[in-house]
Design a protein around this ligand. Structure first.
Ligand SMILES: Cc1cc2nc3c(=O)[nH]c(=O)nc-3n(C[C@H](O)[C@H](O)[C@H](O)COP(=O)(O)OP(=O)(O)OC[C@H]3O[C@@H](n4cnc5c(N)ncnc54)[C@H](O)[C@@H]3O)c2cc1C
Length: 401
């Protein structure tokens, strides 16, 4: 009998398990993967708010020791105008883009060191219930045998296609199909010189590049999800054609380097799901999946893990009942994540800038403090409400006069 079973052992699940195990709870992680294990689709940028959480939990040093370069300079090039800055209000003042095989393992190792147990190679199939309350899980091991375990709480950290969410019939809302989002195509290169994290906004396109482990950089293009798909064999030619046309300065640097890994691409549907119910909770992508144009999923997952583990600890340590403790989880998650999800959904349309947007960027161009605050919306150190709210807009445009 466990206090908590966490299904999924990556950034959301391993972080939740780590925080609960450190509070003295008996935690089991199950995952169908065998670790160390990579994630196929992710450009794995962890923004400032996420890096600060890794520091708060004492795992950032382990990540730095893997020689993942800190990312401290950010630029957004809009053709006529370039904004440069760094999100304010972050303790560590950096983002990171660690390979998932490295970062997920750092979190998992920390969870195991804190006393959590791991059963890998177990595919979760169903919850075990007592009435309407979830009291455990049933899964299948790699040798085909059945695996069962019981707990006071089952946490689904099993990603956007969460089977835990399906089996507990978690309601969804703010649902948006992948065609309404962005299509992301990227590859890893060596020998490409970058000036920090670089974004290039162009009509119906966004290009980006940042450094990761092993002196490699990720370079990608984001296009509307409804745009016609390119045949696999033509992806590279199409990418260079786009880059040459729209951002020749980056094209020259990418052409001077070498592609090291295969092209990857995806568009995903986005949604929020009911965050908890009797004996269960969802964390990370299982509970809320945002368009990757925001590169926010990992930071969100870490923040959810922090929020959820505090509430679960309150429920398990007798400060309140578990149900009472979890009752506020969805509201807490959504207060931060829904405005970001809506902001990402707007960005993912890659619509040409309106007059108001152009005025905003012109005003920002002369104002470093506000430019930093704009980057802070991405770094998740400034909320969309704080930045785009009427008070800040009035202040920005007054300063611009
Ligand atoms: C193209 C693309 C680019 C992205 N780029 C970024 C980025 O730059 N920055 C960023 O922050 N986010 C990015 N994201 C999003 C990010 O990858 C996710 O938000 C993040 O992986 C969510 O982590 P998680 O732990 O919730 O779930 P996941 O990483 O999906 O992990 C889920 C785990 O659950 C396990 N699991 C699933 N089903 C079962 C089952 N039935 N039984 C047992 N185990 C199971 C899986 O094996 C896996 O280990 C991107 C996403 C895409 C698609």
């Amino acid at each position: 009998m466990y206090d908590v079973i966490v299904v999924g052992g990556r950034c959301a699940g391993a972080a939740t398990a780590l925080l609960l195990a450190r509070q003295g709870h008996k935690v089991l992680i199950v995952d169908q993967a065998s670790f160390p294990s990579d994630v196929k689709l992710s450009t794995h940028l962890v923004w400032h708010a996420g890096v600060d959480l890794l520091q708060k939990w004492g795992v950032l040093d382990a990540l730095h020791a893997t020689k993942c370069p800190p990312l401290t300079a950010f630029s957004l090039d809009m053709g006529e105008l370039i904004l440069r800055g760094c999100p304010p209000g972050s303790q560590m003042g950096e983002a990171l883009a660690p390979r998932r095989i490295v970062m997920d393992q750092v979190l998992l190792d920390a969870a195991l060191a804190a006393g959590a147990q791991l059963h890998q190679g177990v595919t979760f199939e169903d919850v075990i219930k007592d009435g309407d309350r979830v009291i455990g899980i049933r899964g299948r091991q790699q040798d085909g045998t059945t695996f069962t375990a019981q707990a006071k709480l089952v946490v689904g950290a099993d990603g956007s296609h969460s089977r835990v969410a399906r089996t507990v019939s978690s309601d969804d809302y703010n649902v948006s199909p992948k065609e309404a989002g962005a299509y992301n195509t990227y590859a890893y290169f060596s020998g490409v010189k970058l000036d920090g994290v670089e974004f290039f906004s162009r009509p119906e396109r966004m290009f980006y590049a940042w450094q990761t482990h092993d002196d490699k950089v990720i370079v990608g293009i984001i296009q509307p999800g409804h745009a016609p798909r390119v045949e696999r064999a033509d992806v590279e030619a199409q990418f260079y054609s786009e880059l040459d046309t729209w951002v020749p300065s980056l094209a020259a640097r990418v052409r001077a380097g070498q592609r090291e890994e295969a092209w990857l691409g995806a568009a995903i549907g986005t949604f929020c799901r009911q965050a908890s119910g009797p004996g269960w909770a969802l964390v990370g992508d299982a509970g809320l999946t945002m368009d990757p144009i925001s590169a926010a999923g990992i930071t969100n997952a870490l923040r959810d893990a922090d929020t959820l583990s505090d509430l679960v600890h309150a429920g398990l340590s007798g400060q309140s009942s578990l149900d009472e403790a979890l009752a506020g989880y969805q509201a807490k998650r959504d207060a931060v994540s829904v405005p970001l999800l809506q902001f990402a959904q707007e960005m993912a349309k890659l619509a040409p800038p309106t007059e108001d947007v152009i005025k905003l960027f012109v005003a920002l161009a002369g104002n470093q403090v506000q430019t930093d605050r704009y980057f802070g919306v991405f770094g998740q150190t400034v909320t969309p409400g704080e930045f785009f709210g009427p008070d800040n807009m009035a202040q920005l445009f007054t300063q611009a006069v």
